[in-house]
Design a protein around this ligand. Structure first.
Ligand code: PGA
Length: 257
């Protein structure tokens, strides 16, 4: 049984007061949900991480960061370490988001270094993978995913793999309003799980949670969650209001796996 995980990626939105308001609103709206059956994660910008962690402390909601650097400390201007994230109350870290790959030079190699540091520090990584529109149109989706999955998850052991969450986010579906159809998402996520069987073993592969991300909304979450290999969602735009994110979480929880 894989526990459903819905994470909100707030990207570069929300000042500290706005972040506190959103986290408080979600806490009020979602407090009745059973934390045994669903995991809820909020990933604000670094500047609001401490405050969001404080608001969500002792609730069924966790906080997470949107990125991390793999070194423990040092002269790395602008970077933030795992220890600092833990200090700010984070439990989760998004790694290798397509916007980081696209605009900030993130590679499978740097994702792998970050992943190892995050696992070593006892945080839960959410590793993002996904093809671009051009790659899909050229029929390269599976090749791209194969390469990203192998290289991003290189040299980790089975126990570490089970702790790792994968987010499949087709780049062409992010922030565009174009969701992959549930069938398209399922097809790729089944393929990813198949790769994990080969890289680790069946038992490990069936324990790993794979989220879908890319224009997830209250209207499409149920159908997505109904797919056998979709274990949750990484939500961008629709995670920025109490109404839409809480509705996504509630609908996802209703889908019995
Ligand atoms: P979106 O973003 O929901 O706005 O498409 C998803 C993401 O980038 O994680």
């Amino acid at each position: 049984m894989r526990k459903t995980i819905i994470a909100g990626n707030w990207k570069m939105y929300k000042t500290i007061p706005e972040a506190i308001e959103l986290a408080n609103g979600l806490k009020r709206e979602l407090f009745e949900l059973d934390g045994q059956t669903i995991e809820i994660v909020l990933c604000p910008p670094f500047t609001a991480l401490s405050e969001v962690s404080e608001v969500t402390q002792n609730s069924n909601i966790n906080s997470g960061a949107q990125d991390v650097y793999w070194q423990e400390e040092g002269a790395f201007t602008g970077e933030v370490s795992c220890k600092m994230l833990k200090d700010a109350g984070a439990h989760f870290v998004i790694i290798g988001h397509s916007e980081r790959r696209q605009f900030f030079g993130e590679t499978n190699d740097s994702v792998n270094k970050k992943l190892k540091a995050v696992l070593k520090n006892g945080l839960i990584p959410i590793v993002c993978v996904g093809e671009s529109l051009q790659e899909r149109e050229l029929g390269k989706t599976f090749d791209v995913l194969n390469n990203q999955v192998h290289n991003s998850l290189k040299d980790i052991n089975k126990e570490e793999m089970v702790r790792t969450v994968i987010a499949y986010e087709p780049v062409w579906a992010i922030g565009t309003g174009k969701t992959a159809t549930p069938k398209q998402a399922q097809e790729v996520q089944e393929y990813i799980r198949g790769l994990l069987v080969k890289m680790f073993d069946k038992e490990t592969a069936v324990s790993v949670r794979i989220q879908y991300g890319g224009s997830v909304k209250p209207d499409n979450i149920t159908e997505l969650m109904n797919q056998p290999d979709i274990d949750g969602a990484l939500v961008g735009g629709a995670s920025l209001t109490v109404e839409s994110f809480s509705e996504i979480v509630k609908r996802a929880q209703k889908v019995k796996k």
